[in-house]
Design a protein around this ligand. Structure first.
Ligand code: AMP
Length: 379
């Protein structure tokens, strides 16, 4: 069996065939590694650029075994593999980050408990399994509130905002499976995130906090760095490091925060993998989030997560934004990224575009129009 650090030509197994796997595989190739992808999707974004693919479901023991056979180390771009699946993978090959880390991040309740137990603040929340618990939860967190499923929610799926007890009861009946989690609505001034990496030797690197703006619950724009006070940025960085250390992370961790109107920094959610809000690092940093992911997983030294430019990243979501592609290609200074998805469905992330600015070049009220020019007009 291949040991760490992985030698050139070793194979990194990536669970998941989406764009995060694709960009990780491209970073791995630059470091002389091969990637083998586990995905149920033929012609997946990651599969298109990988050395090999096991086509199969994430819960199929035969597929998981075949996949593990091809890999020297296993990592993820998709964290929703069952506990049994994770244990099977971990019995066959080193899994980084560990199944314990995956289990925390794939369940909103486990995640909130872990974060709060580490002494870190989140929105007020309550577990909701019965109508009685819903009533108690509403008394505790107040209205308006958000009811969320605990598993498999992303991009706003599996959650409903409620403003009355009647709406809460209706949402409780609609959202499945139970248990749910009820969260108080945070009055936030902005949403930020930090992407950090940690090696098996405890080495650590973190990119600057960035500011994220959503449209229809999907990330639309990332501004790097976030235009926040130094003490707010320092608080977010401190929390990122404490969480990475508390979970004994090997790999990459993205932490999304609300900056509350009163300046407090609250963790919204965490993901132990490359993150959409870190895509700007491909173009604005000597080593991107994907390179740090691969290095941490392969046991290579972690370079510092430095930024040589400021950046704005815009996601290209659905066919309407894909229609901007010719404009993007024809506009100097826009750096294009397309993921190879064969179906341009509404709400799907199909690519992104980055624009770089000199360091310190993102002034205060700086919006999409300043950042992306022609895209702002059409998008
Ligand atoms: P999530 O899937 O939990 O990240 O939620 C998606 C988006 O919904 C977040 O990025 C926020 O914009 C919003 N949101 C979620 N939870 C809350 C909350 N407790 N308070 C205010 N906004 C929230």
């Amino acid at each position: 069996m291949t040991g760490f650090p992985l030698p050139p030509n070793a194979t990194i197994g990536i669970v998941g065939g989406g764009q995060l796997g694709r960009m990780s595989a491209m970073a791995a190739a630059r470091l002389g590694y091969r990637c083998h992808i586990l995905t149920p999707e033929p012609d997946s974004p990651a599969g298109q650029v990988a050395a090999g693919v096991t086509l199969g479901e994430f819960e199929d023991p035969a597929a998981l075994r075949d996949f593990a056979l091809h890999a020297d180390v296993i990592t993820f771009e998709f964290e929703n593999v069952s506990a049994e699946g994770l244990d099977l993978l971990a019995s066959l090959k080193p899994v980084r980050p560990s199944p314990a880390v995956l289990r925390i991040s794939q369940d909103r309740m486990a995640e909130k408990r872990f974060i709060n137990q580490a002494g870190i603040a989140t929105a007020p929340w309550a577990p909701v399994e019965t109508p009685d618990q819903l009533r108690q939860g509403l008394e505790r967190v107040g209205l308006p509130a958000i009811l969320k499923t605990t598993r498999l929610g992303y991009d706003g799926r599996g959650q409903m905002r409620v403003t009355t007890t009647e709406e809460a009861a209706a949402a409780f009946a609609r959202l499945l499976p139970h248990p749910l989690i009820l969260e108080g609505v945070v009055d936030f001034s902005c949403e930020i995130s930090v992407v950090c990496a940690r090696g098996a030797d405890g080495s650590y690197a973190a990119f600057d906090a960035v500011e994220n703006r959503h449209r229809d619950h999907i990330l639309d724009l990332t501004f790097a760095p976030a235009r926040i006070a130094d003490d707010v940025a320092a608080a977010a960085q401190g929390i990122a490091r404490r969480l990475a250390e508390a979970m004994d992370l090997i790999g990459l961790l993205a932490i999304e925060f609300f900056v509350a109107a009163d300046g407090r920094v609250l963790v919204n959610e965490i993901a132990p993998r490359p993150h959409n809000s870190g895509h700007w690092t491909l173009d604005a940093c000597p080593a991107s989030q994907f390179e740090l992911h691969v290095r941490a997983v392969a046991g290579l030294p972690l370079p510092p997560a430095i930024r040589h430019a400021d950046a704005v990243m815009k996601n290209l979501v659905g066919p309407a934004e894909l229609a901007l592609w010719p404009t993007i290609l024809a506009t100097p200074g826009l750096i294009p990224h397309l993921y190879g998805k064969t179906e341009a469905r509404a709400g799907r992330k199909l690519g992104h575009v980055t624009r770089l600015f000199p360091r310190g070049g993102l002034p205060g009220p700086f919006g999409i129009a300043d950042a992306m020019g022609p895209l702002a007009a059409e998008g």
